[in-house]
Write a protein that binds this ligand. Structure first.
Ligand code: NAP
Length: 310
């Protein structure tokens, strides 16, 4: 089978297409014929060797996908034993779940990391409740859009930010009440004003190294910030946190227990069944263009998910 291999950590060009033997499932493992593989920012950190836990070399990247089991069942993949940037992915049976007919394989490949992360941030860490107002600070990407959809379905009012016009249009079309440009230095003041000066009950933060200090000034009394994404250190004034009696919560998907993952996938399953969960795919690239996909995910304005098609 054709698969992307990484033989040394480094820039996007270390992602090379190779011919590998098809994996053979044993015991409770299943083989998925991959129709689309999701590209997540974490795949680029691992490829660069800049992540806490690194795989042994060589390896095939990717943990998200959608495809077909040997019995013909359509599934989405959240986690894989062999990597998903390939024609076939070996998975434990509990890493694959049914994919409804109304979703494309590309949409199915957008489910795993983004939707489990969004669920964990909103409900497992921040205990979001109906009637609250949430700022999704970076709402145009895979995790941000999943957060918008989960929050709306749970009865929260959503304010979102994006760095491009197309991104803001996309968030508004999803149902965000107000949208702002996070490249505008005054955007947080404008967003805060939409809460009538009360502030946000909840902020889901996708780029904390740029925003966390300002987020603390935009919290409602006892508001919470969940840090989902951060790419460096940040300066903040603890007095802002004291004023709101606010809480800053960290969130890392790798810390989710088996029970946490089961709860997140049950919620995803409910959203798929009821039809309000609609992953947005920005771009489908051939598997051989994995390097290009890694450049895009880090450099281009986000409009949902980039997927690779074997
Ligand atoms: P993505 O699809 O590439 O989206 C990136 C998002 O960040 C886009 O919405 C982008 O908006 C936004 N952004 C850019 N500049 C920003 C700014 N100044 N303020 C706020 N947001 C800004 O990536 P993703 O999959 O959604 O992941 C987002 C982040 O979460 C990444 O850093 C990723 O590593 C992290 N993450 C963490 C976990 C965890 O376990 N903690 C799990 C999954 C992801 P524009 O492109 O419109 O400017």
């Amino acid at each position: 089978m054709r698969a992307i291999r990484v033989r040394e950590f480094g820039g996007p060009d270390v992602l090379r297409l190779e011919e590998l033997p098809e994996p053979e499932p044993v015991d409770d493992e299943v083989l998925v014929r991959v129709q689309a593989a999701g590209v997540n920012p974490v795949d680029t950190y691992v490829r660069a060797g800049a992540y806490g836990k690194l795989p042994a070399l060589p390896y095939t990247p990717g943990s998200d996908a959608a495809g077909v089991l040997q019995d013909g069942a359509r599934v989405y993949v959240a986690g894989s034993l062999s990597g998903t940037y390939a024609e076939y992915a070996l998975c434990r049976r509990d890493q694959v779940r049914p994919l409804p007919e109304y979703l494309s394989y590309a949409q199915g490949a957008a489910l795993g990391v983004p939707y489990v992360t969004a669920h964990r941030a909103l409900f497992q860490r921040a205990e979001a409740r109906a009637g609250e107002t949430v700022l999704v600070h970076g709402a145009s990407g895979g995790v941000g859009l999943a957060t918008v959809q989960f929050a709306l379905a749970a009865g929260l009012a959503v304010v979102g930010t994006a760095g491009s016009d197309a991104g803001r249009e996309l968030i508004a079309a999803q149902g965000a009440a107000r949208v702002f440009d996070h490249r505008d230095p005054l955007h947080l003041q404008a967003a805060f004003a939409t809460t009538g000066g009360r502030g946000f009950d909840l902020i889901v933060e996708l780029l904390a190294n740029l925003n966390l200090g300002d987020d603390l000034t935009a919290l409602a009394p006892r508001g919470r910030v969940v840090v989902v994404g951060s790419r460096g250190p940040v300066e903040l004034d603890p007095r802002d946190l004291m004023n709101a009696e606010g809480v800053v919560l960290g969130m890392l998907l790798a810390n989710a227990t088996t029970e946490d993952l089961a709860a997140a996938h049950a919620a995803i399953g409910a959203g798929l069944r009821d039809g309000w969960l609609r992953p947005v795919v920005s771009r489908e690239l051939p598997l051989a263009e994995a390097a290009r996909a890694h450049r895009h995910v880090m450099e281009r304005p986000a409009l949902g998910k980039i997927v690779l098609v074997p």
